[in-house]
Design a protein around this ligand. Structure first.
Ligand SMILES: [Zn+2]
Ligand SMILES: [Zn+2]
Length: 207
């Protein structure tokens, strides 16, 4: 594994700015990889051995992605929308998994680890960079129920929605009114359709 400074530099370049989230995310990813016995997640021998679940769509997630190389497009990065600054690292060979949570107390402790720093933002970043893992994180050994349909590789299941005909992959279909449906048709969508555009007329509006 590269040094903290080298990994931070890479993640800041990808993320666009240096922030407390980059520092916490890089450290969280380094600790998570170490705990599951993956020294360098981007090395050929460790590729596709690591799955990371992130629980928030904020700055630290970009750092975790940068350090681990795990990506949603490779199905190695999973997003659970919990609003918690935490990530779970799963070694696919051993199924060993650890959930690493950013502690609330670390915010209070930052000043202690950054004496002489008066700017609150810098104090926070310096503190997060210097405090020990045990102050910055709570760690639990966990069991992750990882269905085969969530694993990397080609889709293991294709099902057609009985209402709209859309193909649903990877076991993400829903069941309602005695039918197999896509989630939007089952009433579990995140949007309300206003109307459907007509290909011949309305699509030209977009140009
Ligand atoms: Zn940021
Ligand atoms: Zn449908």
């Amino acid at each position: 594994m590269k040094s903290f400074d080298a990994l931070l530099e890479e993640s800041v370049a990808k993320h666009g700015h240096l922030c407390a989230g980059q520092i916490i995310g890089v450290r969280m990813a380094m600790l998570g990889c170490r705990l599951v016995g993956i020294d360098d997640p981007k090395a050929p021998e460790f590729r596709k051995k690591l799955i990371v679940y992130v629980e928030i769509d904020r700055c630290a997630t970009d750092a975790i992605e940068s350090v681990t190389g795990c990506r949603m497009g490779k199905r190695t990065l999973k997003f659970k929308d919990f609003g918690i600054n935490a990530a779970t690292f799963v070694n696919l060979d051993t199924m060993e998994a650890y959930r690493v949570v950013s502690t609330e107390k670390s915010r209070m402790l930052a000043a202690h680890y950054a004496p002489g720093e008066t700017d609150p933002r810098k104090q926070q970043m310096t503190g997060y960079a210097k405090m020990p893992d045990s102050a910055l994180f709570d760690v639990a050994r966990v069991n992750v129920d990882l269905p085969k349909t969530d694993m990397p590789g080609p889709p293991r299941k294709h099902v057609e929605c009985a209402s709209c005909g859309q193909m649903v992959r990877d076991g993400k279909e829903a069941f309602a009114h005695g039918q197999t449906l896509c989630r939007p048709c089952a009433g579990a969508g995140y949007f309300q359709t206003i109307d459907h555009l007509q290909p011949d007329n309305d699509f030209s509006l977009a140009n």
